[in-house]
Design a binder for this molecule. Sequence first.
Ligand code: DWN
Ligand code: SAH
Length: 427
Amino acid sequence: MTMTPGFRSPRKSAPNPSKDEPMPCCHICNTPFEAFLSFGQTPISNHFLLPQDVADEYFFELAVGFCPACSMVQLTEQPDRERMFHENYAYFSSISVRMAQHFEAFAASVRQRWLDRPDPLVVELGSNDGIMLRHFAKDGLRHLGVEPSANVAEAGRRQGVDTVCAFFDADLAEKIKAEKGQADAILAANVMCHIPYQDSVIAGFDRLLAPRGVVIFEDPYLGDIVERTSFDQIYDEHVFYFSLSSVSAMFARHGMEVVDAEPQDVHGGEMRYTIARKDARPVHPRVAELARREAALGLAEPATFARFAGNVARSGMELVAALADLKRQGKRVVGYGATSKSATVTNYCGIGPDLVEFISDTTPTKQGRLSPGTHIPVRPYTEFSAGPPDVALLFAWNHGAEIMAKEQAFRQGGGKWLVYVPKVEIL
Ligand code: DWN
Ligand code: SAH
């Protein structure tokens, strides 16, 4: 395993991997595999703390590996789901205007392309605050959101979205089918990669789906992560880093196949996979094209991930060097967006309040708290706009276009952006 350079704060050094420890086994096919990269001890990425919580903060070893049998890239260890998804879940999807537009378009495309039976049923996993399903609800279409985090589920209900507060699995799928009948489309955005027990989830799809029904899901794409060195996509909630080859293998185990794969320009590069029962729907030529692209990228070859691990270490060191340099020059640096992703960057690189004064974030439930692990204060956006720093470290780089468009005054006033994806740069 490539170990990370030692610029984490010493109190949280990674445990020495013991030779006696059993190897992790693939969540999909149970083959033992090795980690190719470790970020060391890392906290729960969406656990924004009150000062009194600091002493009890939970850490686990954030490390990723590649299954040699089914090519799935995955975490070696993931915290229990209840530690991550609960009644105080910090991420509200509708916080970004761009994402609201994206999900409106997603909903419209599902209606146009896939709902070809009368009175169809649409089920969404991880419906969060209703950002997508509200577009079905407002027109009276039959729908159900499955959302285990009670606070965001409640926000969805306030948008008129019928929501069950539960984790999706095969048992829940059976209950939904008994109550509502077969589903025409099962949707999941940024959720499938969060769920380790895919065998139960896909068995659930198999029970719930109509014979020609489709599962449509999108998640960060492994090809983009590797090409852009966007290592902060790796955090507790993301147990899988999907490619067409790993997704195809995962669904083939249940007699299903990928019938379309469409790249999405959100969250730093995602792939939308459409899945149907084998031979139930024609396979779009985009699928074969993507398979060729993946072969060229080497997404099923261990050497690709060894190279990626080297790039990650280099990127982390450059970011730390840039921040140290700004500190020497006496510049004020503030973080922009208390993202889940930033937990990986700040903990891996040892970035605390000595380097970043505070993180500006528009989410009320994150404000007044401390960032996980390195405890940078999270403050409302008004503090950023009232006293702009010399440099803003763009943790929400995946919303870069939206943010830069609305922060023109910051630039005009002499403010600079420090970014680290795809490379460390001051803009
Ligand atoms: O997969 C996941 C994605 C969809 O959302 C989840 N596991 C958790 C979450 O990941 P994230 O926290 O990295 O997502 P975002 O969308 O990159 O988070 C953006 C953060 O930045 C939010 O806290 C809101 C904030 N923000 C802001 O302060 N000003 C965002 C924008 C656009 C802004 O203008
Ligand atoms: N779909 C939204 C939310 C993504 S965040 C978007 O793209 O913005 C991930 C969501 O998945 C969280 O709201 C979390 O509570 C939910 N989730 C986690 N495990 C789940 C499971 N087993 N079934 C359904 N939802 C789940």
